[in-house]
Design a binder for this molecule. Structure first.
Ligand SMILES: [Zn+2]
Length: 126
């Protein structure tokens, strides 16, 4: 009996099997013409970027994600400085911290200076 995904219209593997000389009846792997047994290889066959069927508008690019990560890191460091000088009532920020975020020890003046330097952006960036 065929798999449920094949009954629901999933693409089937188009490879002829060696043993029976018939078409393989497994569902094709995502983005591939063959199944997992017959040479589906995701990194070579799956469409990427603009060619991908789920590509929408390109608003989220690696560059924009990197920019967002940098901004989040700076904002979090500013929050830490504000917490240190008791500017805020709460003492936590929700969610996962962005990659590249370093928690500075604000009681150490050298670390505090590093934190302030980390919040400065390069000239030319908005
Ligand atoms: Zn197959």
């Amino acid at each position: 009996m065929p798999l449920q995904s094949v009954l629901n219209g999933a693409k089937q593997c188009q490879v002829l099997t060696k043993r029976t000389r018939q078409h393989c009846k497994n569902p094709a792997a995502y983005g591939c013409v063959s199944c997992r047994m017959h040479g589906a290889h995701k990194s070579r066959n799956v469409l990427r970027g603009v060619n991908h069927p789920q590509y929408r508008n390109g608003e989220r690019t690696r560059e924009s994600d990197e920019e967002h990560r940098k901004s989040s890191t700076i904002l979090l460091t500013l929050r830490d400085i504000g917490d240190h000088i008791k500017l805020f009532n709460g003492d936590y920020t929700r969610g996962r911290k962005p990659k590249g975020y370093v928690k500075y020890d604000m009681n150490d003046p050298e670390q505090l200076a590093l934190a302030i330097l980390a919040t400065l952006r390069e000239p030319g960036n908005t």
